[in-house]
Design a protein around this ligand. Structure first.
Ligand SMILES: C[S@@+](CC[C@H](N)C(=O)[O-])C[C@H]1O[C@@H](n2cnc3c(N)ncnc32)[C@H](O)[C@@H]1O
Length: 279
């Protein structure tokens, strides 16, 4: 059976998250956990609230929010990756439920939640705007949304060079990875995010940022780190056999020399947004 482009992309993403699930929480020294902790602060969950965590993955945000809403509150985490959900369920609190449900069609009644969180999930969804509209349907009056997103424009020159060298290699070896359209990569820019939330009817939108970074000591350490940063680098690096992988790392090391002191330096930057539903 021939899959449509959208189905192929979704299947690829779910396969990717199933594959990386065991390493997700420990990637980059636990960076996803630190981003989740900041989102849980920005979202300000209150005792007794009901919360939906969209694209919950291993439940990093879900858990922290569940702690904050306490025994009288509850949190539902939804995701489509069975392996991510398995790990989330292992550490679930009694006030938490995890469901294999798509972000675009959530089987709850209108006005079921006080807060909806999206921990680094929005750009990966099949229909990000459709999902936010679904969240509006699910939110009670004065309900809130809180999101964290990767801010790609703060990548270093070394990261840009890495993607260039990887792209060249993919073209030379006819490697193709299903990808979302390029506008997804700018969702995390402050002006785009505040405009989007504003257009959807959220008010009092607040943004904050977090930037982390460092420098890899070797080309292998760099490729390992970058492989965990998203579906595209992970898939391409994984399909390289040992010979192509070495060839890639040698080329990368040579090209990095152009950058002098900036070689192998990386930034992972995140933006956090919260907003209230006015209607
Ligand atoms: C980058 S991970 C984020 C995990 C976690 N929320 C965090 O804060 O680290 C994105 C998650 O979105 C999930 N996802 C992708 N498309 C989805 C969809 N249409 N509906 C529900 N979840 C989806 C993926 O399976 C993955 O677990």
């Amino acid at each position: 059976m021939q899959l449509s482009g959208a189905d192929e992309l979704l299947e690829h993403l779910v396969e990717y998250y199933d594959r990386v699930a065991p390493e997700y929480d420990s990637w980059a020294g636990g960076l996803h956990g630190r981003v989740a902790a900041r989102l849980a602060e920005v979202a300000v969950p209150k005792k007794g609230e009901t919360v939906l965590d969209v694209g919950c993955g291993t439940g990093l945000v879900t858990q922290l929010v569940a702690e904050k809403v306490g025994k009288k509150g509850s949190v539902v985490g939804i995701d489509l990756s069975a392996r991510m959900l398995d790990l989330a369920r292992l550490k679930a609190r009694p006030n938490t439920t995890f469901m294999a449900v798509a972000a675009e069609h959530v089987p709850f009644r209108d006005k079921s939640f006080d807060l909806v969180t999206y921990g680094q999930s929005l750009p990966y969804l099949s229909d990000p705007i459709g999902s936010l509209e679904e969240s509006i349907r699910l939110l009670r009056k004065k309900g809130r949304v809180a999101l964290s997103l990767h801010r790609r424009s703060l990548h270093t020159e070394a990261q840009d060079l890495f993607y260039e060298v990887l792209g060249d290699l993919a073209v030379r070896h006819h490697l193709r990875v299903p990808e979302h359209s390029p506008e997804r990569s700018v969702f995390g820019e402050p002006e785009n995010l505040s405009r989007l939330l504003d257009e959807l009817g959220f008010s009092d939108v607040r943004l904050t940022e977090m930037v982390t970074g460092g420098r890899a000591r070797t080309p292998r350490e760099w490729t390992e780190l970058m492989a965990g940063s998203g579906p595209l680098p992970h898939t391409l690096i994984r399909v390289l056999g040992p010979r192509l992988r070495t060839e890639f790392e040698v080329t990368l090391a040579e090209r990095m020399q152009e950058l002098g002191a900036e070689a192998f330096r990386y930034h992972f930057a995140f933006i956090f947004a919260s907003g209230f539903l006015t209607g």
